[in-house]
Write a protein that binds this ligand. Sequence first.
Ligand SMILES: [Zn+2]
Length: 313
Amino acid sequence: MIFRAMPPFDLAAVRGRVPPDPLTRFAPSPTGYLHLGHVANAIWVWGVARALGGRVLLRIEDHDRGRSRTGYERAALEDLDWLGLVPDLGLPEELRAGASPYRQSDCAEVYAAALERLRGRARVYACDCSRRDIALEAGDVFDQETRYPGRCRNRGLVERDGVGVRMVLTDGTETFADLRLGETAQAPARQCGDLLLRDRAGNWTYQFAVVVDDLRHEVDLVIRGEDLLPSTGRQILLGRMLGRERPPMFLHHPLIRKENGAKLSKSSGDTGVRELRATGATPERVLGQAAWSTGLLARSEPISAGELPSLFT
Ligand SMILES: [Zn+2]
């Protein structure tokens, strides 16, 4: 008997709004070990996908080559396997095959081609600003986010190593119906200013890479934490510029809280899946703890991967 919390939304209503057999994704960055926050996200991803008869794609978001480690990728795959969370696309064999479409660092040409496509549709320019430059000049913080002040827009810098690339964001409002939070309106140009596509170190940015990936992988349902809600409008806008006719549907779920109410961070050693495994926790207990901490269970009790869809129905 599972003491489920109140259903987080009306699955029947959602069913009519997402495509049949939706494709969603679980997309860890291998810059650390998985912790309960990742597990909570995985529960939403697999639970909602399975409840809707959909599929899950596993994508390795190692666009930041300086911080990503193959050891963390291997550990993430092993932890998911231990938890009983099996993707339908981006399986370990597919990732091992080399030049995998599911690992961002294998896809540099894909992003380069997307940037070329974008040049015909948007204004793209070189930017050599450091974070510090932007913080000093910006002084313009919108909802805790530092807005790029447009310093390089008309400087005519030449693109070369050590210089980043931005896209001009024109004023306007993006609206979308989040499956849990309802109608949402955002003004990307006011929030973040011109969007960074490639940074000064030559890394494709998170914002650019995920939009290109969701388009080429035909992801039509994005399920992720509320911390990424402010990114949604700019990603819809960028997707449209890249030729995406219909944006994916979005579902932003609550972030997990620890018992003392503090927000979880990667440095919280007590919530790492590795640490919990080492203390003898079972997969069911780890899933149960994560499900409770994201509001899906009324109390922390074991639940198996196969039972996750029942949290949403
Ligand atoms: Zn700049």
